[in-house]
Design a protein around this ligand. Structure first.
Ligand code: ATP
Length: 305
């Protein structure tokens, strides 16, 4: 059975249909990323799934319950990590995590959890003395304190330095290994690409795409960019015939290819046969960010369709 099952969900604020008839499901143990521009309806959707916001229409099952009527029993089975939780500044890290874990019937061991999020050397530090990134790690520890079956992560690495982001990604991947289902919202496409088994894109209350990052890339019809420097001792005319016109800037040759395997094979075959150096040959498929920008109509035109 799916951990989350949403059918024809609608939620309006006055005349604004913030969520306009969306359907999707999240399987057991999946990491699912909900993406979309500001105001797309992501927070509204997630709050309905968490049981903190009512819906106008549609059916929602989360861990087999209707979140609107699940009550405390339902809430004990989910973890919620918000972007800016308010903390008791005078508590130490260990005190807060212990308090939180104590609220749940099968709460985690506080010290293990503190180690898991990489705050082992801050156990006895008061919250007011933590940096922004360390607070976000504490957010994560608190969200995990009840050993949730399903974890909601709202922009989990906003404000992190690069090392802290990678640490958080490792941690989230480890949670997947423990069988926790995760629904994550993020504006970082590299984060979604790195972590998510499946991605859904919302825009103006509708779901405009749903699939693995690879499926979305394949469906996007954006070309792969192939580029290389023309060897000094070769002329353009000597190059093999490729699937699309070549653009030349200085000695850099670029091709927007929809058959990249064939084009790369023709090029490398030619280079081997003619002993031509193509040392800096690059084959760059569209990133999830480019696919996302094209899909939401926010893209620039650097990578033509
Ligand atoms: P962001 O990426 O900026 O967090 P979001 O995708 O989470 O955006 P929502 O917060 O769900 O978007 O908002 C969706 C729409 O609903 C927006 O047009 C927003 O202005 C509107 N909205 C959200 N909350 C309320 C509210 N409490 N009252 C009225 N309108 C609201």
């Amino acid at each position: 059975m799916a951990t989350i099952e949403v059918r024809n969900l609608v939620r309006a604020y006055g005349a604004v249909r913030a969520v306009d008839g969306i359907s999707f499901s999240v399987g057991d143990g999946e990491i699912f990323a909900l993406l979309g521009p500001n105001g797309a309806g992501k927070t509204t959707t997630v709050e309905i799934l968490e049981g903190y916001r009512s819906r106008d229409a549609g059916t929602v099952r989360v861990l087999g319950c209707d979140p609107a009527t699940g009550g405390a029993g339902f809430r004990a089975r989910i973890g919620v990590v918000l972007q800016s939780a308010g903390f008791e500044e005078e508590f130490t890290v260990r005190e807060l995590v212990r308090l939180q874990a104590g609220l749940f019937p099968r709460g985690h061991d506080a010290d293990e959890l503190i180690d898991l999020v990489g705050l082992g050397d801050k156990r006895t530090t008061r919250v007011k003395a933590l940096s922004g990134g360390q607070r976000r790690r504490l957010d994560l520890a608190l969200g995990l304190a009840g050993a949730p079956e399903l974890l909601f992560l709202d922009e989990p690495t906003t404000g992190f330095d690069p090392a802290a982001r990678h640490h958080a990604w490792d941690l989230i991947a480890r949670l997947r290994g423990l069988g926790t289902t995760i629904l994550l919202t993020t504006h970082y496409m590299d984060e979604a690409q790195q972590l998510a088994d499946r991605v859904a894109v919302m825009s103006a209350g509708k779901l405009i795409a749903d699939g693995s990052p690879e499926q979305l890339r394949a469906a996007s019809d954006l070309p792969t960019v192939i580029s290389f420097a023309l060897p000094a001792d070769r002329a353009m005319a000597a190059l093999p015939r490729l699937s699309a016109p070549l653009t030349v800037t200085g000695r850099r040759v670029t091709l927007l290819s929809r058959t990249p395997v064939t084009d790369a094979s023709l090029l490398t075959g030619w280079a081997i046969q003619h002993r031509a150096g193509l040392a800096d040959l690059a084959v760059v498929p569209p990133t999830l960010e480019e696919v996302y920008l094209a899909m939401t109509g926010e893209g620039r035109d650097d990578r033509p369709h």
